[in-house]
Structure formats: C-alpha cells, structure tokens
Design a protein around this ligand. Structure first.
Ligand SMILES: C[S@@+](CC[C@H](N)C(=O)[O-])C[C@H]1O[C@@H](n2cnc3c(N)ncnc32)[C@H](O)[C@@H]1O
Length: 212
C-alpha cells in the first residue's frame, strides 16, 4: 500500500471505505474521550470522511492528514467551505474555521506543524495499513499526540480468508502497539451485517486508548 495505491483508489473513485453518515461508534462513544467544546481532534488518514463534519458540528476543532489532494478538495467541497491554502513544512495545509487538513504523508507531518491535539480518532486508518507499516504509524501518532486519548475503530476477521485493506486488527495487536504506555478499553463490538465485503464474517470494534 504505497502512495500510488491510494492515488489510484481516489482517481478511480474506488472508495468504498467512504461512508455518507458519521460513524456510529464515533457518535456513540465520543463522550468517552472527555472532550470539551473547542478541543482539537486529530483524524489521521482522513480521506473525505463525514466524521469531520460531525465533529465540527459538535463544537470541536479538527486537524487531519491525508495523502491525496483530490480527497481533501472533495472534503472541503462537501463541507461547502473554501479553504485557505499554505505551505507547512513538507505538507500543504488547507484551513477553514476550526479545521486544518495537512495534505501529504503522515510520516512527513511534524508535531510542531500538527499543533495541539486533545484526542485522536482513528477510523479506517490503522486498518488501512499493511503490518509492516503499522508500528511506524502508531509510533508517529504517539509522537504527534503523546498525551491524547484515542478512539480507535477496528475490524476483526480471519485474515487468511481475505486480503486487506482493511486489515484485521485484533486485541493482541492493539495491545502490541499501545499497552506499554496506555490503558485499553474495548468500548463496543458488533458483527458486520453481511460480513466484510461478503467475503467472511467480521466484527467491528471500538477501543478507547488512554495514556497512563
Ligand atoms: C481507508 S481510507 C480511510 C479514510 C477515512 N479515514 C475514512 O474513514 O473514510 C485511508 C486513507 O488514508 C490515506 N493515506 C494512506 N496512506 C497515507 C499516509 N501515509 N499519509 C496520509 N494519508 C494516507 C489514503 O489516501 C486514504 O484516503
């Protein structure tokens, strides 16, 4: 899953991961993050998720990072907002009231550029990455937001029955990334109706990951 894989997915509109409604786990469990109005939520690998509009509507600020510029153009078009654009280190920054989206590779985003983060919301980000990238990714998140709680949405299924993405991330893998420094709470778990792309049974899970 290199950059070309995602550029091609967006260019061919092969974006079945995109949902038109806010994620049900986010809506159900955002309170577990203990946020106050105006707090800033970091959404890694954000695509054009409608979760950003939902978070803004709750009164939070949002920062995101997304590799593909066209996805970010679509995000702002969907929001009906014209972004201000500026260079930010190796990235391009698209900004509007309460919203900063960094266009580029998350591994090129510095903590200084990303700014303050009060919580992380990861949906279809960790699960989008192959195993060999995931530890680097979770370390990056911890550098960008060392003291922020995280709401993480995962899928669990038999990886031998289907190739990712999305990849299966079970409890032991969540623990391998975070339990040295964080408390892990399984907030929710529900079977996916029709399985994962009809290929196999799967369960969606929501984790709260809190710094100790
Ligand atoms: C499966 S999609 C999920 C998008 C969004 N989180 C959602 O829920 O709709 C993964 C996104 O991550 C982006 N992406 C992949 N690798 C990235 C990287 N290294 N840095 C920033 N974005 C990346 C892709 O372009 C794609 O839009």
């Amino acid at each position: 899953m290199d950059a070309d894989f995602w550029i091609e997915r967006w260019a061919s509109n092969n974006i079945a991961f995109h949902n038109e409604e806010a994620n049900a786990f986010l809506v159900r469990h955002v309170d577990s993050l203990g946020l106050s109005a105006g707090d800033r939520v970091f959404v890694p690998l954000c695509g054009k998720t409608r979760d950003i509009a939902w978070l803004l509507a709750q009164g939070y600020r949002v920062a995101g990072v997304e590799l593909v510029r066209d996805a970010v153009e679509q995000l702002f078009a969907d929001l009906g907002v014209a972004p201000a654009r500026s260079a930010e280190g190796a990235m391009e920054r698209f900004s509007a009231k309460g919203l900063d989206i960094f266009v580029g590779d998350i591994f090129d985003l510095s903590a200084g550029s990303a700014g303050p983060v009060d919580a992380v919301y990861d949906r279809a980000a960790l699960v989008a990455l192959p195993a060999e990238m995931r530890t680097r990714y979770t370390r990056r998140l911890l550098e960008l937001a060392p003291s922020a709680p995280q709401l993480l949405v995962t899928y669990v299924y038999d990886q031998s029955l289907k190739a990712g993405p999305p990849f299966s991330i079970d409890k032991s893998e969540v623990a391998s990334h975070y339990d040295a420094s964080h408390d892990l709470t399984l907030l929710d778990s529900e079977p996916m109706e029709g399985g994962l792309d009809g290929a196999c049974d799967a369960v969606r899970e929501a984790w709260l990951i809190t710094p100790r």
